[in-house]
Design a protein around this ligand. Structure first.
Ligand code: URA
Length: 228
């Protein structure tokens, strides 16, 4: 059971405030009856219409986790625990994109395929920000080379990335694509070797105070912003 206004907002029919307005104006029916109170509880078998058009209610889950090392970003694995083991079970969950087994940090786990597709679509250039520690010495023009795009082992040119060298051991980088080992390979092309990698931001989401191995559900506002 879920509140009608919450379900409609989840499904993208507006902010919580906007869908409450739709309900109060009598545009929403449940099982052919107009429902005027927004805290009315519905379940998946209920037939819901807005402006007399049928909508299908599916429950989407959106978890944000702080992935520890040792977990793989997959739904099944014989050898390692998967990131799905870090969140409460729900049907159809999968991670949005991948973090390497030894990478820590921010990962979204959901069963909303459309949202995942939008976030991962290269042309949407969703920003992903990483903190890293490295060994070796980065070339003097590393920041500019990242902005220009880096030739990765003659396989592809990375899209412009914003690099900040914090000191001789630490840096941060913002990339907008998600190629295999991309951050590690960019740093390697620049003369360093990543020895610790953590994703600290994806689009509007940051880790904030979420502890390693912990999860929380995204808020409606966060989900809506992710969809923009
Ligand atoms: N880039 C990497 O090299 N590894 C990750 O896990 C993510 C981005």
């Amino acid at each position: 059971m879920i509140r009608l206004d919450k379900a409609l907002a989840h499904m993208g029919y507006g902010s919580r405030k906007e869908v409450k307005e739709l309900i109060r104006k009598g545009y929403v029916k449940v099982n052919e009856e107009v429902v005027l109170n927004d805290d009315y509880k519905i379940e998946e078998t209920d037939a819901i219409t807005i402006y007399d058009e049928n909508i299908h209610y599916e429950t989407y889950k959106y978890y944000l986790i702080n992935k520890p090392q040792g977990y793989i970003s997959a739904t099944i694995s014989d050898n390692y625990p998967t990131v799905l083991e870090l969140v409460p079970y729900y049907n159809g969950l999968f991670p949005v994109g991948r973090l390497d087994i030894d990478t820590e940090g921010l990962l979204i786990i959901t069963n909303d395929g459309a949202l995942a597709h939008n976030l991962l679509k290269p042309k949407h250039e969703v920003e992903k920000e990483y903190y890293f520690r490295y060994t070796g010495t980065l070339v003097a023009d590393a920041v500019q080379r990242c902005l220009n795009g880096i030739n990765i082992n003659n396989e592809y040119i990375s899209k412009p990335a914003k690099l900040e060298i914090i000191n001789e051991e630490e840096g941060e980088i913002i990339i907008t694509e998600g190629k295999y080992h991309e951050v590690k390979r960019i740093v390697q092309e620049l003369g360093g070797e990543v020895i610790y990698l953590q994703r600290i931001r994806m689009k509007n989401l940051t880790l904030a105070n979420l502890g390693l191995g912990s999860w929380r559900e995204l808020t409606i506002e966060e989900i809506q912003k992710l969809k923009e």
